[in-house]
Write a protein that binds this ligand. Structure first.
Ligand SMILES: [Zn+2]
Length: 256
């Protein structure tokens, strides 16, 4: 049985989507990822991760996969032709409109699966807005938590495999091997930043940045050692962890 929301008919929704269902909304992006990766990376990773989670535990947990949002807030990459970006206000307005539509079903739980780190702070805001406005129980998870928000990145990249680096490139090589041009990639790690104690990615002081602030190529990390095998391991681990997380989402009730 398909677990894609849009494969249902209108009349089927009332029976299929209930108060115990989980709606899973993948959020991707279309933005420059350097010369070695296509614009679609975050969209593909979000979509494929959602699909794999639903294959893993969709029937067990009654998950419905909503259509992937392809374009989101990518203004840190707007300097590059190719990037398609919504303003933060537009992204929030879109999520509000989708949630209003969801309110016509009996679903009470909405999970945002975010493939693009540039969205994270806005999606955190959306969690509370959507809870406040529509009474939904709202959740945010990432296929790979961005290093700027506490996620892991390799020692070789000094913890700054932020965008188009080793892990993201490896995962994309696993998912779309024909679309990676590794021969065009070189090391792009802002070494001096690693010497800071506070003002750095994941440090106690945040800073605003655009992806061409660090180097003109707009990727941050060292993708040169990327392999599809590493990507497969990372992807499968992520799907396993997120499926486990979805089991908690299923019964989460604020501890009352
Ligand atoms: Zn990306």
């Amino acid at each position: 049985m398909s677990r894609r929301y849009e494969d249902l008919t209108g009349p089927e929704i009332a029976n299929a989507v209930s108060a115990s269902s989980i709606l899973l909304l993948p959020v991707g992006a279309v933005e420059q990822h350097g010369p070695h990766l296509p614009l679609s990376v975050d969209h593909v990773i979000a979509h494929e991760t959602a699909t794999a989670i639903v294959e893993e535990c969709g029937d067990e947990l009654d998950i419905w996969q909503l259509p992937t949002i392809s374009i989101s807030k990518s203004n840190e990459h707007a300097w590059s032709a190719g990037t398609l970006s919504l303003s933060p206000d537009t992204l929030l307005a879109m999520l509000r409109d989708i949630s209003r539509s969801i309110s016509a079903t009996d679903a009470e739980r909405l999970v945002l699966l975010n493939g693009h780190g540039g969205n994270t702070s806005h999606l955190e805001t959306a969690l509370r807005e959507l809870r406040y406005e529509f009474g939904l129980k709202t959740f945010l998870m990432h296929p790979f938590l961005p290093p700027a928000y506490g996620g892991a990145s390799t020692e070789n990249e000094l913890g700054m495999g932020i965008h188009g680096g080793l892990d993201e490139t490896s995962v994309f090589m696993h998912l779309r091997p024909d679309q990676v041009r590794l021969d065009k990639a070189t090391r792009r790690v802002p070494e001096a930043l690693a010497e800071n104690t506070h003002v750095k990615f994941g440090g106690s002081v945040s800073f605003g940045w655009l992806s061409n602030d660090f180097n003109p190529d707009g990727y941050i990390g060292d993708p040169t050692g990327a392999t599809a095998e590493r990507g497969k391991q990372l992807f499968e681990h992520s799907v396993a962890v997120l499926s486990e997380a979805m089991r908690e989402v299923k019964t989460f009730d604020f501890g009352r």
